[in-house]
Design a protein around this ligand. Sequence first.
Ligand code: P6P
Length: 345
Amino acid sequence: MSVTTLNEFIIQRQADFPYAKGELTRLLTHIGVAAKVVNREVNKAGLVDILGDAGTDNVQGERQKKLDIYADEKFIASLKASGECCGIASEEDQNIVTFDEDLPRQGKYILSMDPLDGSSNIDVNVSIGTIFSIFRRVSPVGHKASMEDFLQEGTKQVAAGYIIYGSSTMMVYTTGRGVNGFTLDPSIGEFCLSHPDIITPHSGIIYSINEGNYIKFPEGVKKYIKYCQEKDIPTGRPYTSRYIGSLVADFHRNLLKGGIFIYPKTAGYSSGKLRLLYECNPMAFVIEQAGGKGTDGRGNRIMDLKPESLHQRVPFYVGSRNMINKAEEFMTEFGDQEPDIKDFQ
Ligand code: P6P
């Protein structure tokens, strides 16, 4: 069976892309290169001194792992070298990363990313991932990237996807013409097309939510969880609860098998925990291109939301369209107001 590498696929599909002058091809290719470099370190994380804490916190006040910072640096370097990316927003960096050199400033694209999502799982060998979201810049070419380049609605994404560093390493992305998955073949060091034209089932039997937060959930979420646990053979219920605590891993499993992932508002996270720019928007683009839905639980399409800040959080309901619709019925009927955090202090 002939193998199609990521680079061959991107070039074959270049004609699909309105800005087909090879720009996006170079950008996606450089993302693939950085992914292979990060994958090499992730795969030997237990053997070299890049496990554990870096002794610093990121903008979220979350403990940074050495591999977080390593991944951030490698993706930034590769994207800068592509000459197509004029600026980057990263979970690991307070402000946007811009470049002084003329070459990257000529870039027509910006990228928002979570360079290593789920990094609290690194030390226990659980799958983690990189998530990326690509826009055309709105600021003038040749100048530094500006904040307005990054605060565009998700509907303006030109490409988005993720790399999952798991039992195998995969890159899954969309440019608005469907979703395709590539598995890294370590024997040749190439991402090879393994999951062409991914379509997510309209319904599934998996629900993914951190039930440890149950008492902090809005009433509608509590009622939906109980619905998932009730026996009803025709709908596949009781569903199966699957939650890894690594968005890329939970999302990828549900994308392929069908299911719903929810990170709602909770007492403590009154806007939800996940970030709009570099977690929710890219995953929403992928899921919609695969036939699913990504909303805030109240019928608002994630990709329609106008971002107000780089690290803005939103409630996130993503997965099989019939399951999202059912969950939103519960949010409408029973409310999505989270309990007051003072009740738990
Ligand atoms: P919790 C990882 O820190 C992350 O950002 C996502 O990858 C994951 O889905 C979520 O947080 C898990 O959060 O509160 O359930 O541990």
